[in-house]
Design a protein around this ligand. Sequence first.
Ligand SMILES: *Cc1c(COP(=O)(O)O)cnc(C)c1O
Length: 480
Amino acid sequence: MSDLDALTSSAYSQALEVIASVEPRIADATRKELADQRGSLKLIASENYASPAVLLTMGTWFSDKYAEGTVGHRFYAGCQNVDTVETLAAEHARELFGAEYAYAQPHSGIDANLVAFWSILAHRVEGPWLEKAEKKNVNELTDADWESLRKELGNQRLLGMSLDAGGHLTHGFRPNISGKMFHQQQYGTDPETGLLDYDVVRAKAKEFKPLILVAGYSAYPRRVNFAKMREIADEVGATLMVDMAHFAGLVAGKVFTGDEDPVPHAHVVTTTTHKSLRGPRGGMVLATEEYAPSVDRGCPMVLGGPLSHVMAAKAVALAEARQPAFRTYAQQVADNAQSLAEGFKSRGAKLVTDGTDNHLVLLDVSSFGLTGRQAESALLDAGVVTNRNSVPSDPNGAWYTSGVRLGTPALTTRGFGHDEFDNVAELIVHVLQNTQPGTTKAGAPSKASYVLADGVADKVKDSSAEMLDKHPLYPGLDLA
Ligand SMILES: *Cc1c(COP(=O)(O)O)cnc(C)c1O
């Protein structure tokens, strides 16, 4: 055991003892969560394992400090150490991504998108409106002025990728606030190939003339050409916002470069920090100088006090992502997705877009005669953690779905490579081939219940355990 492993083990053992002295059931649940994560094949494409340094950074007294405002300009006294933390997080982010400006405060990906939407509205709609009305800021407005500005703010158009094509619910989906505050339209993917068709996006943009064109996805297994997206945005006068929540790690690790790197092409880029980027649970916004002043007002525009302990952990994670080892990791994430996709295809399974060139694979389970819900549940019984996901024009809708989404970031962190991911495909196909759709209590066909053949779950768990033991999670972490 290395010195650092020994330190990590004693830090966690002692921390859990302190927690147990107040509420032992929370300490127990925390230990159990580690055991569960260690013992299952985590293939959820949006999850990862942050380093002990990142995790430990979150458990400090920075959590106790209020720091609304920005660096050097806080609404509370005594924020000098928070200023250090936020400055470092933003500096690492700018250097890592080559961004002109970085905002490290958003509490989550959804919050980063809210900051982006309102910053773009402030910059593109509110600013020019105030200028025309010869007002310095909104505090100078009469009630009648305000009514008129409010109408303009609430009458803007957004074009994003549809949910069933792989877009995110914050990109204009009706149940989300983005689908309520904007007039929204969606672009999908080609019904034959499942691929983005830039000519279709361009035609839609020309007809709809959005203020904001959103690119980015949660379940599209391909790369996006952001240079082309910017061309389209420019042709219609839209602001290009790229939500790289899922693939930020591949951008950080220089797997996506040139036209596939959103940072040089987008006006505003949003992200989470906990997915492929492997940091703490949180969000971030990158922007050009032009948009920086309005993004900088994210708190108090839509955010409350920053989570300074999480910003500190973002700085640590971003420092990690600037190490050469992170590039090796990111390339392995993409290589492993190839291995997983090939593993499925060679065993006759059907993939949306017939493959992948990022970190995720979308398995169409209809050829096994199952819904996504049935497949997800049967796989979980066998210790394989995935999530069901719509496929384009899904006949089973967004709840039962016809797909299962699988990602490689987490298991790549554990050290899985080509052979392991080929075996993962084998195990998944084995489970699905041995699962039958079930019936309701009344005997009707069900989209939820299923029957997994006897012995399959145990066999798959044994085979997974071998791989998981060979690639332990937090290898040096031994809880007393
Ligand atoms: C995950 C995700 C989000 C939301 O992130 P949260 O931290 O869960 O709020 C936003 N956009 C995209 C594209 C995502 O994949």
